[in-house]
Every structure is written in structure tokens, then in C-alpha cells.
Design a protein around this ligand. Structure first.
Ligand SMILES: *Cc1c(COP(=O)(O)O)cnc(C)c1O
Length: 471
């Protein structure tokens, strides 16, 4: 056991002297630096920080024979560092140099400027969130986004909730609660963060009926599994994996014919949810929401902050008959969107009315549309800014859309590789900088992928790197 302060510690006469040399909190509060701190922080916060600094020093002295007692200035500096650390928001800005565009751990889609402005407007004062300004009566929370969802997808009806997981849960609860949902064994996916299709079906009060095998499921498998209890045929987009080789699946068109003939709902959990054809950005084909509906889905669920590039939200587009039961379900209230996300969603959807404007002003789309030349130029600019500080090598790399979009689709990119400094401690210092910087460690070096770094971020990125190198 460690000796306590005040106890006689026979082998360390000098240690107890050093402990006794520590000043009292009261004395430190009279220091001029403490007075300055009290103008920024409250007296209580300063006292707590001084206590914390003293405790840490005491612990150091007790556990380490060679530790020395800092002077008053040193103690105040430690307290100041504690105060500054505690004042930093936990949720803060990160420069994403991982090359993963829709990085769920890093907040997925950076939002368009128009969406941010809308958030400020909605958050600053009151709004007509659930008020119909034309009639003066209570209005619908999603009055602004429903017409846009219809317009942009061609659907009869639209709805938006807190995220796509909630959209799927709500839809299955409302359409299949107490009944059966048929899903292919090749589509019983886990999206991440524990969102597993079988669990969501169970949670929705429905029974999962698995059909087919992992690699092959045919239309006949679905047809054979239909019972009087069947309510929904669910197709799930293979967001984050691919089944390759000897495979077969029933298409939405085929399933739609079956669903219609047997009086069932066909739901498509599309996940990524592109609103425009990504081939226009020079990327491979990814089914759009409109494509799913055209292929016969009665209801499509998709994310607001994946390929759509907006705020966290779960959007639903489909036939009126598919959506009406969702509007009446008690779960809708529990998964509703807040006003700031709604404002951002409306503003983001509006950008899609003009595809060229969407491609230019929605950061996710703009990132996906970058050319190798642009990435090369950015990498060279960063390398030039680091010249003389570290050996910065510009090299080809591989980036990913992430977020279950374009799975397995490697994107050609360009990175800056920092040769020399040990990558783990450097990465740790970069995570601690403000804004934090997150890169990738590959082959024993820290690399910074330029696909997810904006030109406007290059200066602060270079600054953070240089500071992290010298520490
Ligand atoms: C990402 C994803 C979800 C969940 O979307 P969130 O908006 O994160 O809730 C659901 N289904 C599929 C297929 C997905 O890819």
C-alpha cells in the first residue's frame, strides 16, 4: 500500500520533505496567475483544478522516488492545462484524412452550407415545426420534407424519421407486427453498431421467415414460404458486403409481381439511398431510391446521412397504402426527427432539385466526384507545406465511400505519407490536437488520404502536423 500524506515514511526522509513543500490551495489562489484564471473560469473550477494538480503531484511523489516538487508556477500551469482540457467540447471537429467518405465513427456526411444555415435559423428562435401557418391550426412536423421526397423519388408518399434503422423498425412494426416477414438468408445483415436485420424484425413484433441459402435465393423460395400470416417481403441492400461466385437472388421486379399477386407489401431497406445516379460523378452504378420504386417496391427506407449527404435521418418513400399505417403507429412519436435535423433535411433535399447544384454543393457528392488530378494537386500542396519539417511522400492510395455505400468499391486516391516519425505516437498527438486529425497507419507510417480532406482544411492540417511532429 502506498503511504499516505502525513504518515512517517522512514526510507524517504527527502520524500516527505518534498511532500511537505507542496503549497496549500489557499496559497496558490493568491498567485497572480490564479487571479487571471478566475477571470476566465469560476473560482470553484479553479479550486478544483488546483486540487487536481496537487493530487496528481502528490501521487507522483509517492510512487516515484526521483520525482521533484514543482514550484508554484508549475502547479498553476498544470491547473491551467486541466481547466483548458475540461473546457474543450468532447464532441469536436475532426479533419478526416482516412479516405473513408461516410465514416460512421467520424459523423458520416459533412453537411451542405445551405443545411447549416437552415439549422441555425431553426434553432435560434421559434418555428412552425408543428404549426400550419396557412390555417393557424396544428400542422405536420414533416410538412416541409414530404413533398420533396415525393418530387425527388416519384413516390406517392414520403415520411422522415430519426434514422434509417428507426425507419425500418417503424415500417416492420406497423406493417408486419404480429405477422411474418420473409427475408433471404443472403440478406440477413448486420449493418454495424449491432443493427441486425433479424433483431429489428423481432423488435418490430414480427416473425422472421428465412428463405434460400447464403449464396442463392430464388423467387420460388419466397413463394413457397408464404402463409396466411405473411405480411411483408423484405429485401435488404447488401450495404457493407458482397456475395460473389455462385449466386442468385430474386430481383425487386420479380418480388413485386409475387407481392402483388399474394396481397403482400414489398419493402426495400436500401441503406445508402442515392438520390442521383452516381455514374454522373464518375462512380459505379448504385441503385437510386427511384430505381427501387420503379422496380416495384411498395416502400423504400434509406439514410439521410449516407449517399444523400445530409443530416442524420431515415427517409421513407413509397405507396400511400404502405405509409399510412406508419403515420398512425405509436412508435412514430418515439422516432421523430428534431427541428434542426428537419431543417437541414429540407435544405439538403431542395439542393437535389438541380442535379448539377447538388453535385457541387453537397460535400459527399463533391468528394466522390473529385478527379485524380485534383487529389494529386492537394497532396502536393500539403507535402510542400511540410517541406523541411518531415519527409512527406505523395503516393497513390485507396479510398472508400464507406457507410455501406458502394461496398468493396475501392476508389483511386492520393495520400501524403510521413516517413520517419513513429506512427502511433504521432497519431495520438494528432488526435489530441484542435481540430483533431485522424489519418491511417499503413506499412509503418502515418498516411493522410486527400480524398476526404477539403482544400480549405489544408492550412490547419499542415499546422497540426507540424505541431505534432515537434512535440
Ligand atoms: C446504414 C443502413 C441502415 C441504418 O441506417 P442509419 O441511418 O444508420 O440508421 C439500415 N439498413 C441498411 C441496409 C444500411 O446500409
Amino acid at each position: 500500500m502506498l503511504p499516505h500524506i502525513g504518515e512517517d515514511v522512514d526510507d524517504t526522509g527527502s520524500r516527505s520533505t518534498r511532500l511537505r513543500a507542496l503549497p496549500q490551495v489557499q496559497r496558490l489562489l493568491e498567485h497572480s496567475r490564479a487571479h487571471v484564471l478566475i477571470t476566465t473560469y469560476s473560482r470553484e473550477e479553479v479550486v478544483a483544478a488546483l486540487r487536481g494538480a496537487l493530487d496528481a503531484v502528490r501521487e507522483g511523489l509517492l510512487s516515484d522516488e526521483t520525482a521533484t516538487t514543482p514550484d508554484e508556477d508549475g502547479l498553476l500551469a498544470q491547473a491551467e492545462a486541466r481547466l483548458a482540457r475540461a473546457a474543450k467540447p468532447v464532441l469536436r471537429r475532426v479533419i478526416n484524412a482516412t479516405g473513408v467518405v461516410l465514416h460512421t465513427n467520424l459523423g458520416r456526411a459533412p453537411m451542405p452550407a445551405a443545411a447549416l444555415e437552415a439549422v441555425v435559423q431553426a434553432g435560434r428562435g421559434y418555428s412552425n415545426l408543428e404549426f400550419d401557418l396557412a390555417t393557424g391550426q396544428r400542422g405536420s412536423r414533416t410538412q416541409g420534407v414530404e413533398p420533396l421526397i415525393r418530387e425527388l423519388t416519384g413516390a406517392e408518399a414520403g415520411l422522415a424519421v430519426n434514422n434509417a434503422a428507426a425507419a425500418v423498425l417503424l415500417a416492420l412494426s406497423a406493417l408486419a407486427g404480429g405477422g411474418e416477414v420473409i427475408v433471404s438468408r443472403g440478406e440477413l445483415v448486420e449493418i454495424g453498431g449491432g443493427f441486425r436485420i433479424p433483431d429489428v424484425i423481432r423488435q418490430g413484433g414480427a416473425r422472421l421467415v428465412e428463405v434460400g441459402t447464403t449464396n442463392r435465393t430464388r423467387l420460388a423460395d419466397y413463394a413457397a414460404a408464404i402463409t396466411p400470416e405473411t405480411r411483408v417481403l423484405l429485401k435488404v441492400h447488401q450495404s457493407n458486403y458482397r456475395v460473389v461466385g455462385f449466386t442468385a437472388e430474386a430481383s425487386l421486379e420479380e418480388l413485386s409481381g409475387l407481392a402483388r399477386a399474394r396481397g403482400l407489401m414489398l419493402m426495400h431497406d436500401l441503406g445508402g439511398g442515392a438520390l442521383t445516379d452516381l455514374r454522373g460523378l464518375g462512380r459505379p452504378y448504385e441503385p437510386t431510391v427511384r430505381d427501387s420504386l420503379d422496380a416495384g417496391a411498395d416502400l423504400v427506407a434509406f439514410s439521410g446521412d449516407k449517399l444523400m449527404g445530409g443530416p442524420q435521418a431515415g427517409l421513407l418513400a413509397g405507396r400511400r397504402a404502405a405509409l399510412d399505417p406508419l403515420r398512425r403507429h405509436p412508435l412514430l412519436r418515439a422516432v421523430r426527427l428534431d427541428k434542426m435535423a428537419l431543417a437541414a433535411l429540407e435544405a439538403t433535399l431542395k439542393l437535389y432539385r438541380d442535379p448539377a447544384r447538388a453535385a457541387a454543393s453537397i460535400p459527399v457528392l463533391a468528394m466522390l466526384a473529385q478527379t485524380p488530378d485534383q487529389l494529386q494537386a492537394r497532396a502536393e500542396r500539403l507535402a510542400a507545406a511540410l517541406a523541411g519539417e518531415v519527409e512527406a511522400r505523395v503516393e497513390p492510395s485507396t479510398a472508400y465511400a464507406g457507410g455501406g455505400a458502394l461496398p468493396g468499391e475501392a476508389m483511386q486516391s492520393v495520400s501524403v505519407r510521413l516517413e520517419g516519425p513513429k506512427p502511433e505516437p504521432l497519431a495520438a498527438r494528432l488526435r489530441a490536437s484542435v481540430p483533431a486529425v485522424v489519418g491511417r497507419i499503413a506499412d509503418g507510417a502515418l498516411t493522410l488520404d486527400m480524398l476526404t480532406v477539403a482544400d480549405e482544411e489544408l492550412d490547419i492540417l499542415a499546422e497540426a502536423l507540424i505541431a505534432a511532429l515537434v512535440e
